[in-house]
Design a protein around this ligand. Structure first.
Ligand SMILES: Cc1ncc(COP(=O)(O)O)c(C=O)c1O
Length: 446
C-alpha cells in the first residue's frame, strides 16, 4: 500500500457525496514519500487561460479534469475566436461576393493554411476539413475503397484501434468484399511488429493504425511502421486523434498517406477536424458526399466535381469551428508541442509510478513509450464505480471500454479506468486521483 495519507476524503458511511471535501486543495499536506513531483515548466502555467478549470463540481469541490483523451478544455482565445466570428464575421463562405462572406472565406482558408503548416503537409489542398477523426476515416474508407479496393483485397488494422478506426473499414470491406486482418497487441500493450510484417502482403491495400493508443497511451513507432508498409506498396492511414494534441507531427517526415485528427481533442471546438491526404491519392478518389461546394457543374443526370480540397467538402462547413480550431492551433504552437509532450510524459510517468504503488491497483500495459494516457484496474471494483466515486470528489476520469472493445478482449478485461492529461494538467491532480482511489478502496475494501 502506498504511504500517502488521504486527508479530506470521506467514505460512504460518513456521507460521501454530501460531505465530500476538496481533494485538490490540501495536497501539499500529503505529498508522496517518494519521487516527488515532476517539474512543471513555467510555460505550461496556463490553467488560468481555461475558464472551466476554475469550476467547482456541483458547486462544492474543485474540478480535477483527467478526461483529456475524450476531449480537452478550451482556452479563452478559442472561446473568443469562436464568439467573435459569430458576433462580427458570420457569413456563408465561398458563395458570396459580399464583404462579410469574403472575410469569412478568407478566415476559413487561412485556417486551412495554418493546419497545413501544423501538420507539415506540402499543399493546402491536401488538407480537408471534416467533422472530426471519425468522419475523416469514414471518408477515406469509403472513397479509397471505391477507388482502390477489389474483392479479395485486404485492409490491415490493429487490435488497439478505436472503433472509429475499425468500423468504417468493416463497412467498406463488406461492400467491396475485402477482408480485414488485424495486427496483434503484445502483453506489454505494444504492436507486434513481426506479425505486422507478416500480415502486409500482396493483397493488402491499406494499413490503418493509430499513432497513440487512447487506452494504453502506447506511442507506436509510426515512422518505421509506415516505412515497412510502403516497402510492400501498402498505403497507410494514421489515426492522429490522440497524437496530434500531444506531440509534434509532420506528415511529410512520417511519409503517411492519410492522417486524421479532431479539433476538440486539440483545445479547439467540437465538430471540426482535419484529414490530410496525399494529393496524388486524393485526386484519384471519388467524392465522399455530394452537394454544394464540391461541384464544378451540375446537370440533372450527372455532374462534374471541383478540384481539391472542395471535392471532399460538401455542404456548408463548420466555419466557426474551423476558426476556433485555428485559434487552438495557434495556442498549441505558442506553448510548443515538444514542451507539451515533455510535460505530459513527466505527468504520465508520475501517474504510473503512483498508481503502481497502490495495493490492488494495476496499471494496464507497459509500453516502452507512453504519452499522456494511463489505464488501470482495481481489484474488486468495476471501473464505472471508480469513476462514480471519484466524481464525488470532482475528479473526472473515464471508465469503460473506451471504444476499443477488441483491445479489451485482448487484455482480458471488460473495461478499464483511464486518466488522461493535457497541457494544463498538474502533478497535484495526479495526487488528487491517488487520494480519490484510497476513498474508492474504503468503499470497496480488499
Ligand atoms: C484514437 C482515437 N481515434 C478516433 C477517435 C474518434 O474521434 P472523434 O470522436 O473526435 O471523431 C478517438 C476518440 O476518442 C480516439 O481516441
Amino acid at each position: 500500500m502506498g504511504t500517502v495519507r488521504t486527508q479530506g476524503i470521506g467514505n460512504r458511511e460518513s456521507g460521501i457525496g454530501n460531505s465530500a471535501q476538496p481533494v485538490a486543495s490540501s495536497l501539499d499536506s500529503h505529498l508522496p514519500a517518494y519521487g516527488g513531483r515532476p517539474p512543471i515548466p513555467d510555460s505550461l502555467s496556463c490553467r488560468q487561460q481555461f475558464p472551466i478549470l476554475a469550476t467547482k463540481v456541483r458547486g462544492e469541490v474543485p474540478l480535477v479534469y483527467l478526461d483529456n483523451a475524450a476531449t480537452t478544455q478550451k482556452p479563452q482565445v478559442v472561446i473568443d475566436a469562436t464568439s467573435r466570428y459569430y458576433a462580427r464575421e458570420n457569413a456563408n463562405i465561398h458563395r458570396g461576393v459580399h464583404w462579410l462572406s469574403e472575410r469569412a472565406t478568407e478566415a476559413y482558408d487561412g485556417v486551412r493554411e495554418q493546419a497545413r503548416k501544423f501538420l507539415g503537409a506540402e499543399h493546402a489542398h491536401e488538407v480537408i476539413f471534416t467533422h472530426g477523426t471519425t468522419e475523416g476515416i469514414n471518408l477515406v474508407a469509403s472513397s479509397f475503397g471505391e477507388a482502390f479496393v477489389k474483392p479479395g483485397d485486404e485492409i490491415v488494422v490493429t487490435e488497439m484501434e478505436h472503433h472509429s478506426n475499425l468500423v468504417p473499414w468493416q463497412l467498406m470491406a463488406s461492400r467491396r468484399r475485402a477482408k480485414i486482418r488485424a495486427v496483434p497487441v503484445t502483453d506489454r500493450g505494444e504492436l507486434d511488429l513481426d506479425a505486422l510484417g507478416a500480415l502486409l502482403g500482396p493483397k493488402t491495400r491499406l494499413l490503418a493504425v493509430t499513432q497513440l493508443s487512447n487506452v494504453l497511451g502506447t506511442v507506436n513507432p509510426i515512422a518505421d511502421i509506415i516505412a515497412l508498409a510502403h516497402d510492400r506498396g501498402v498505403a497507410v492511414l494514421v489515426d492522429g486523434a490522440q497524437s496530434a494534441p500531444r506531440m509534434p507531427v509532420d506528415v511529410r517526415e512520417l511519409g503517411c498517406d492519410f492522417f486524421v485528427c479532431s479539433s476538440h481533442k486539440m483545445y479547439g471546438p467540437m465538430g471540426v477536424g482535419v484529414l490530410y491526404g496525399r494529393g496524388s491519392l486524393l485526386d484519384q478518389m471519388p467524392p465522399y458526399e455530394g452537394g454544394g461546394d464540391m461541384i464544378d457543374t451540375v446537370g440533372l443526370e450527372c455532374s462534374s466535381y471541383a478540384p481539391l480540397p472542395a471535392k471532399f467538402e460538401a455542404g456548408t462547413p463548420n466555419v466557426a469551428g474551423a476558426i476556433g480550431f485555428g485559434a487552438a492551433l495557434g495556442w498549441i504552437e505558442d506553448i510548443g508541442r515538444a514542451t507539451i509532450a515533455a510535460h505530459e510524459k513527466a505527468l504520465v510517468e508520475y501517474a504510473v509510478q503512483r498508481l503502481s504503488a497502490l495495493e490492488g491497483v494495476s496499471v494496464v500495459g507497459a509500453p516502452a513509450e507512453r504519452a499522456g494516457v494511463v489505464s488501470f484496474v482495481m481489484d474488486g471494483v468495476h471501473p464505472h464505480d471508480i469513476g462514480t466515486i471519484l466524481d464525488e470528489y470532482g475528479i473526472a476520469i473515464r471508465g469503460g471500454h473506451h471504444c476499443a472493445q477488441p483491445l479489451m478482449a485482448r487484455l482480458g478485461v471488460v473495461a478499464t479506468a483511464r486518466a488522461s492529461f493535457g497541457a494544463y494538467s498538474t502533478s497535484e491532480e495526479v495526487d488528487a486521483l491517488v487520494d480519490g482511489l484510497h476513498a474508492v478502496r474504503r468503499v470497496f475494501p480488499l
